[in-house]
Each structure stands twice: as C-alpha cells, then as structure tokens.
Design a protein around this ligand. Structure first.
Ligand SMILES: [Zn+2]
Length: 509
C-alpha cells in the first residue's frame, strides 16, 4: 500500500514538474517540435515506469532522480537550446562538457583502483571512453574559438560598411555656428515592448503581476528610442541620453553575452531594431557633428535603451543620479568605457517649481537637473532653459505626450514606493508645464504625431523658434485638458496584427 502510494506520488510529482516546464517553454516561444518531443518524453517515461518491475529495480534515490531530475533537466536543456543558446556560447559549452567527461573518467578510475585494492590495474573501459571523449571535446572547444569569433567579426564588419554608406548618402548637413542653442532629436531605432507595459499601467500592469505579464503577453508594439543632441554656444556639445547602439540591435545576443547567459532568458531576442541611418554616429555625422566632440551626456537613467550609445562616447562626462549607479541595475558592458567619467549631481540648488530639489548644472541657470525617481531609483529629468523657450527632457518618467494624462495612461511600474514616486514626479512635471507656457516636453519614446510630425518639424534646423513653440503648445492643448485628461480622439488603443503573429500597433481614438 505504502509502495503504491509513493509510486503514485512520484508520478504525480514528475507530471507536475514536466507540466510546469511545458508551460514555461510554451511561454518562451520554444518551437513546436521541441515542445512536442519534450511532452512525448515526459509521457513516455511515466508510462515506462508503470511497466511491471521497472520501479522496483531502482533505489529510492534513483527514482527521485529519474522522476524529478530528468524532466527538469530536459526542460532546462530545451529552454537553453531554443531561447538562450547563441553561437558565442559554443566554446564554453564544449569546455564544460569536456570537464564533465574528464571528471567522470577520473571518478571511474579511482573507483577501479579502490576495487583492485589500491594497486594500479588497468583502467576500465568506461574510464577509457570517458577520458578519450573529454579530450576530444576539449580540443573541439579550443578549435571552435576562432570560427565563432570570426562570425561575430563579420557581422560587425558588415555593419561598419553599411554605416559608412549611410554617412555618405546625400542630404548630410554642415554644422551651423551662429550662437544659437540647437537641439536635434535623434531617433536611434525602435524597441519592442508589451503594449500593456507601455500604455496599460492602469489595467493590472503593476507590481509583480505586471512584470510577469510582460514575460507572457504577446500584444507587442515597437516604439521609438530618442536621444537629444544639444549644441550650446557656451557649454559645448551635449547629449540627453544616448539611445541604443548598433550591436544591441544587430548582435543582441553577442552583446549581452558579454555579461551572462542568464540575462538572455529575461531579455527578448529582438528587443531592438535599427537601420544603418539610425545609428547615433551616422546621425551625428550627417548633422555635421562628430561623436568625439561630445563633452557631456546627461543620462536620465541607466536603462540600456538610454545608455547603449555610451559605447561611442568614451571621452564624455556622464552626469547621472548616484542612486541609479548604486542600485546596480547597470548593464556593465554599456558603461565599460565611461565608468571613470561619471559625475553625480548633488541636487543642492534648492527647490525649482514643484520640485523640492534641483541642480543648476552650469551655475548659470541654463540647464537644470530635476530628480524624478520612480521609473528607476535615480531617474532625473533635464530642463534646458533659453530666452525663446525651454525644453523639458522627460526621459522615461513619461514615455509619450498622452502619458501626461496620468489618470488614464500609465506605464508599468514595479509597484509600492516606485509607483508613488513616479506619480509624484509626473505631477511635478504637469505643474511645471502648466506654470511655464514657454516650456515644451520632449519624450524618449513618443510614438504619437506630437513627435513624428510636430517635434520633427519644430526642430528641423535645431532651433525652437516662437512659431515652433506655439505649435507644440497648441498641440498639447488639443490633446490634453487643463486638468490633464485626454480629449476625445487621443486615447491609445492596441490593434492586433492582421496575421495573428508579429507586432501590433497603437491607434488613438
Ligand atoms: Zn526607455
């Protein structure tokens, strides 16, 4: 009776482990054949174990190993092969397999010796085969290093060629030096996000639940990633954020493989896309600038779609909130070349509008840093002030213009204090925009007409004139009521792709 019960318990546990893995594999888009093979193996092993006598021959330890270890192990392997594996892992994987074989062979050898009473004796066939296999795998591991590297280098070289061609394409400008402050929006490609994470924060996209939903929800959209170039007659060339870099978009797994394989489980394979013309270096060159001349980068926060371009700016001073750096959510490879150039503002310039703390960065009131934690622990916004009008770079405190309607549109936040801080920050921005009609917000991911038509037109020559300012403010008022609600025709809605797969889009109604 007890035996039957323990048998049933084991089989139920095996099925539970297997089913849990099936669900995870399905959510991670593991291809159907691999999924089917895993399911068949699982059912096969349970059915096989019911064969008379099969279970009886195994010790309890082995039974647990077979029933729980095998489905979990196979699931992990399947997930790795389908989702995480990248060609640059090959040498490491072969080396691991070689080490395992050699260790096993050594164990077999030792056991043989002990059995022979400590005298030498001949190694067993098993030890011999395992040792030989381990050596072969070790050699393959060493041999695989150079072709794997060559393949990556080819990808990177192709990118360089495309970049050169894009820089030389007609339409490039010459830098104009006439004492005016110039600002150029730089669209560095797109990032693919879950619609709910981006626009649906009021509908259950908060806290852990929201985070889990970003892993499983298939309603995805592509949104632009913007950095902003500031050409200032007194303070030189500066960037607010740096966007995505070319490697992130074209060699995503290779780029993140510099860190660890596990991070690839959490990131999407193709989370960024970028044409050669969208490369930060290409755009700077076509505007008549050189990436090497950028002296300062104001990083609104550490997230990788804002920090990727730091790879091209090793000479720049990077101004960012210390809390973001200390919090450790930094992807090290993106910061590798600038980690000794960081400057943490003290936020010691007192209150500014509705913000209790601020930092007058140059001490002349021309550029104010405003702490807006929430989206990240050390998020900050940047306010560029000029006689003609001011610009507020919102970073990810507000993704788009409709996000100013905080009661109707909200991005996902992890919850708790983050959400409270983010809402506080958003209300302070609302207050600032209301109290100074000469200020326009510039967003990092706006996918509405505000960015694509009006901001693009207003900053075509880089100078925000009276007319441009008036048009941007008029559009803001056409979209939002004075108490920060969306007017009819501007509420975002997800539209699924026609084919059932691929990216959806956003409609405003
Ligand atoms: Zn972002």
């Amino acid at each position: 009776m007890l035996k039957t019960l323990s048998k049933i318990g084991l089989i139920v546990a095996a099925l539970a482990v297997g089913t849990a893995w099936l669900v995870i594999l399905r959510l991670k888009d593991v291809p159907a054949p691999l999924l089917t093979a895993y399911g068949l193996l699982l059912v096969g092993s349970v059915v096989g174990s019911l064969w008379p006598g099969v279970l009886g021959r195994l010790s309890t330890r082995r039974r647990v190993l077979v029933f729980l270890g095998v489905p979990a192990g196979l699931g992990t392997l399947g997930l790795y092969l389908a989702v995480v594996y990248y060609v640059t892992d090959l040498p490491a994987l072969l080396a691991l397999a070689a080490a395992a074989c050699l260790a096993w062979a050594a164990a077999a050898l030792l056991r043989g010796r002990r059995a022979a009473g400590g005298r030498g004796g001949r190694p067993s066939r098993r030890a011999f085969l395992l040792g030989g296999g381990g050596l072969v795998l070790g050699v393959l591991s060493v041999l695989s290093v150079s072709p794997v590297e060559r393949q990556r280098r080819e990808v990177l070289a192709r990118g360089e060629q495309e970049r050169q061609a894009a820089v030389r394409a007609p339409g490039a400008r010459r830098r104009i030096v006439d004492g005016a402050v110039r600002v150029f929006p730089i669209h560095t490609g797109d990032t693919i996000v879950t619609y709910g994470q981006f626009y649906g924060g009021l509908n259950g996209w908060e806290g852990l639940n929201g985070y889990l939903r970003t892993l499983v929800d298939k309603a995805q959209i592509a949104v632009p990633v913007y950095a902003y170039l500031i050409d200032h007659p007194r303070h030189g060339l500066m960037l607010v954020d740096t966007g995505v870099n070319w490697e992130q978009a074209h060699d995503h797994d290779g780029y993140y493989n510099h860190n660890q394989m596990v991070s690839r489980l959490l990131t999407q394979r193709d989370e960024y896309r970028m044409t050669p013309e969208q490369d930060l270096r290409v755009q700077l060159a076509r505007l008549g600038y050189d990436a090497n001349d950028i002296t300062t980068v104001f990083l609104t926060h550490v997230h990788d779609d804002h920090a990727g371009g730091l790879r091209y700016l090793p000479q720049a001073t990077v101004v960012m909130d210390r809390r973001d750096w200390d919090h450790g959510a930094v992807y090290p490879y993106s910061f590798d070349l600038v980690k000794d150039n960081l400057l943490f503002p003290a936020f010691a310039s007192g209150a500014f509008d509705a913000f209790p703390d601020s930092q007058d960065h140059f001490g002349d009131g021309s550029l104010i840093l405003l702490p807006t934690p929430g989206h990240s622990p050390g998020h900050m916004c940047v306010l560029l002030r000029m006689d003609a009008g001011s610009m507020l770079f919102t970073g990810d405190t507000l993704y788009t213009l409709p996000h100013l309607a905080t009661g109707q549109v909200r991005q996902m936040t992890i919850g708790g204090a983050d959400t409270i801080h983010q809402m506080e920050a958003a209300r302070r921005i609302q207050h600032l925009l209301a109290s100074d009609p000469g200020t326009v917000p510039l967003f990092a991911h706006d996918n509405t007409r505000y960015q694509s038509d009006l901001v693009a037109a207003a900053f075509d020559q880089g100078v925000l004139g009276k007319e441009g300012l008036r048009e941007l403010r008029a559009h803001m008022e056409a979209v939002l009521t004075p108490d920060w609600r969306l007017r009819p025709g501007h509420t975002p809605r997800y539209v699924a792709p026609a084919s059932g797969t691929g990216l959806g889009r956003v409609e405003f109604r």
